[in-house]
Design a protein around this ligand. Structure first.
Ligand code: MN
Length: 331
């Protein structure tokens, strides 16, 4: 049983008529956009088509084990005039602008939009947006089936990583029965779940652990224990020898405190002119609405925004916005 059969057939028709497919992931790509992008690129090349996954930013090194890297490149390695796609597929992007500089390469007549963010603008000539999908990778799995692709172990591993990472290892609220069905089929195709889990969740660099040690010094709790914040400054990164990406999962620590409903991580941008804010909630608060008030977006339990200003200015502004919300009553 394949959901969205009509839209998938339209996408399949377009891809069948195309020879050169450009696949775009969002800026600062995560496991979902990388995994679904590599899987689609591998599938298209198995059909004899030219497929390229293009990214504005490098893939984090934790995904180096994924197959299909020969089908991926960065905008810094290719000029826009060197791309001549028949069709462009946007994956995991709420709007075309999420592709960042890679958007300049999307000069095909046809755009396909595949995403699971509720805030997706519905752009593109064909758009498959399903907020009930745990990951864009889940939708790409159904696309490959509709295309009649023989999903091999490499494609399956990429799709499995897309689903595992976007569900936080099958722990987040978006973890529904369908993603387990898909995961089971992918394991049938040869995916090794414990191998993937060890690389994604049980392996850390020393620098990221040193960064955590520094960041925990900045842990603060407000609103009767319902709101917790943590900071990652440029100085902490330098002291730990850590990269900006090493700070990505730190927001999970304030969120893990018993009684906390909303957790925030304030990450100073490398040039210290802006702050990257990560928002998480446990069970009730829609943090995508809060992120929206700050010019960002995301999902109800996980969202983000980039706010201009120094760390102190941004913290004061964001805490002011949160203070005015009617979400702190004890339940
Ligand atoms: Mn996603």
């Amino acid at each position: 049983m394949i959901p969205h059969r009509d839209i998938l057939e339209r996408i399949t028709d377009i891809l069948a008529r195309s020879k050169d497919v450009l696949i775009l992931e969002h800026e600062k790509p995560d496991g979902d956009s990388i995994g679904s992008g590599l899987a689609l690129a591998l599938a298209l090349s198995s059909l004899g088509k030219k497929a390229l996954l293009l990214s504005q930013d490098p893939h984090p090194s934790m995904y180096d084990f994924l197959p299909g890297r020969h089908l991926y490149t960065m905008v810094s390695c290719l000029g826009p005039e060197d791309a001549d796609p028949d069709v462009t597929v946007f994956l995991d992007c709420t709007g075309p602008e999420r592709a960042g500089k890679a958007l300049e390469y999307a000069h095909s007549e046809t755009w396909i939009n595949i995403d699971h963010h509720i805030s997706n603008s519905g752009f593109g000539h064909v758009s498959l947006v399903d907020p009930d999908a745990a990951a864009t990778g889940e939708l790409v799995f159904f696309l490959l089936k509709a295309m009649g692709v023989e999903i091999d172990e490499d494609m399956a591993t990429c799709l499995y990583v897309a689903i595992v990472t976007d569900t936080g290892g099958f722990r987040y609220q978006n973890t529904g029965p369908r993603c387990f069905h898909v995961a089971a089929e992918l394991i049938d195709k040869g995916v090794n779940p414990s191998f993937v889990a060890d690389l994604l969740y049980e392996t850390r660099s020393l620098s990221s652990l040193m960064l955590l040690k520094n960041a925990l010094q900045a842990l603060e709790v407000y609103k009767n224990g319902r709101l917790a914040t943590i900071d990652v400054t440029k100085a902490m990164l330098e002291d730990a020898g850590a990269s900006f990406e090493d700070a990505d999962s730190i927001v999970n620590y304030p969120r893990s405190i018993a009684g906390v409903e909303v957790a925030l991580c304030f990450k100073e941008s490398p040039d210290q002119t802006a702050v990257h804010l990560s928002l998480r909630s446990r069970s009730k608060v829609d943090v995508s609405e809060i992120a929206g008030l700050l010019g960002g977006g995301g999902h109800s339990r996980a969202a983000g925004a980039v706010v201009q200003g120094s760390l102190e200015q941004v913290k004061a502004r964001v805490l002011g916005v949160l203070d005015g919300l009617d979400i702190w009553a004890d339940s």
